[in-house]
Design a protein around this ligand. Structure first.
Ligand code: URP
Ligand code: ZN
Ligand code: ZN
Length: 462
């Protein structure tokens, strides 16, 4: 049935205005003032903002890290996303069996998501080795499978060599794709981890100390220079956590290099004092890169305001505190890396960003929706409110006060890093292609409604 959203304040990355929206067959049919009700189902948005659905460009659903499996799958994770105002995710596929090709993991992930996801989705390719076969296969994955972005890891088991990274940057530039990178200097991490281990320094704070900002920034700088050598290949830095890394990104952008950066709410709002919480609660924050200093947080907010950081994603990778995370209770190196956040991203950015005056509401829309849509090839179908676009919409009540707690969230994990945080402003309705998926913090959508969206980056409009 067609719908009309009445009396809302529409916000895009560039505008803010009062108007009604008519939705039919999943898309926005008309936007205008005082549109007639006709036979449309009416949604009253008086006193509320209507914003484009959130796009989370960095999640890890169904992720198997060997010692544990992430607690959210494509059903539970996307239910949580919908309740938190996210209508599309781009999930980072995990590693497959050693030596597998790109198609292998693509098939596995379609199997995970198909018939389960409640919101729309896509995947980033994962690179676990690079050779002629993989470089050739990229063309098919980009052009036929609609997956034009790939992640290279510079640490962990399947880290790529500089030569592999260069080949990827060159090839993806040629094919109109995008290289995304997890930047941490593997040698530095391993040196520091073994130093702390040998000296019995094994509590959660040593996780942070073994992955210092220099370790991340060095890898960012290296990637920027390799991208330049690859003929100014476009580069996307995932989960930026520190000021030093941001400085390198700024320098490259000011020189005209195409470097995009993503940060996450945990790096904007939490700091490394969390690792010293009593009862080993510091394990909750073991993620890579680790939480940094308060000063880094302020610089990251400024980086968003200044446009050097274009995206806020989550890196949602949930492991239970009672169970999975306890693997690290006597030794931080044994703790699975990652934390939940798929449901709290939009509310946190609204409350801590817009309500607290750190960013404008247009910037909020830009970083949670429009920029990820543009960078990853979903725009203008997604990421904005315009006639012809998918009716992926979120209604936010700017006055709604919520105390975040594991008990009110839908993430399938036994804690939230934001327990007890008081928020001002919260999503009260989420529509995915015109269908209400969440209302007043309840999931009201349908299992399997989410569609795989083929993406095409080629020329990013950013
Ligand atoms: O600790 C993290 N971030 N885990 C998820 C995998 C990754 O590196 O993005
Ligand atoms: Zn990563
Ligand atoms: Zn990640």
């Amino acid at each position: 049935m067609s719908k009309i959203i009445k009396n809302g304040k529409i916000v895009t990355a560039s505008d803010i205005y009062n108007a009604d929206i008519i939705i039919d067959e999943g898309v926005i049919k008309e936007i205008g003032i005082d549109l007639p009700l006709n036979n449309h189902e009416v949604i009253d948005a008086m006193g509320k903002y209507v914003v484009p659905g959130g796009i989370d460009a960095h999640t890890h659903l169904n992720l198997d890290v060997g010692i544990a499996v992430a607690k959210d799958n494509f059903y539970t994770g996307t239910v949580a996303a919908a309740c938190g105002g996210t209508t599309t995710i781009v999930d980072h596929m995990g590693f497959g069996p050693k030596g597998c090709n790109l198609k292998h993991q693509t098939a596995v992930y379609h199997g995970y998501a198909d018939g389960k996801a409640v919101i729309d989705y896509s995947f980033h390719g994962v690179l676990q080795h690079v050779n002629e076969e993989i470089l050739n296969e990229m063309e098919e994955i980009i052009n036929n499978e609609g997956i034009p972005s790939f992640k290279a890891y510079l640490t962990y088991d399947y880290k790529l060599s500089d030569m592999e990274v260069l080949n990827v940057l060159i090839r993806l530039k040629e094919l109109g794709g995008l290289t995304t990178v997890h930047p941490e200097n593997d040698a530095a991490v391993n040196y520091l981890r073994s130093y702390y281990s040998k000296n019995g320094m094994l509590t959660p704070i040593y996780h942070a100390l073994s992955r210092p900002a220099e370790c991340e920034a060095e890898a960012i700088n290296k990637m920027i220079n390799l991208a330049a050598i690859a003929g100014n290949a476009p580069l996307y830095i995932v989960h930026l956590s520190c000021e030093l890394g941001l400085d390198y990104i700024k320098m490259a952008s000011e020189r005209g290099q195409k470097v995009y950066a993503e940060t996450c709410p945990q790096y904007l709002l939490l700091d490394d004092e969390r690792y010293n919480e009593s009862n080993n609660e510091g394990l909750k924050y073991i993620m890579s890169p680790p939480l940094r200093k308060k000063q880094d947080q302020e610089k990251l907010w400024k980086g968003i305001r200044d446009g050097f950081i274009q995206v806020v994603a989550t890196d949602h990778c949930p492991f239970d505190f009672n169970g999975d995370k306890q693997l690290g209770k006597d030794d931080f190196t044994k703790c699975p890396n990652g934390a939940p956040g798929i449901e709290t991203r939009v509310p946190l950015l609204f409350s801590e960003g817009v309500s607290k005056g750190r960013i404008s509401i247009n910037k909020f829309v830009e970083v949670i929706s429009t920029n990820p849509a543009k960078i990853f090839g979903l725009y203008p179908r997604k990421g904005t409110i315009a006639v012809g676009a998918d009716a992926d919409l979120v209604i936010i009540d700017p006055d709604k006060e919520v105390i975040l707690s594991k008990n009110i969230l839908h993430e399938n994990v036994d804690y939230t890093p934001y327990e007890g945080m008081k928020l001002k402003g919260y999503p009260v309705m989420t529509l995915v292609r015109g269908k209400v998926a969440a209302k007043d913090n309840k999931f009201v959508g349908e299992i399997g409604y989410g569609k795989f969206i083929k993406r095409c980056i080629d020329k990013c409009p950013l």
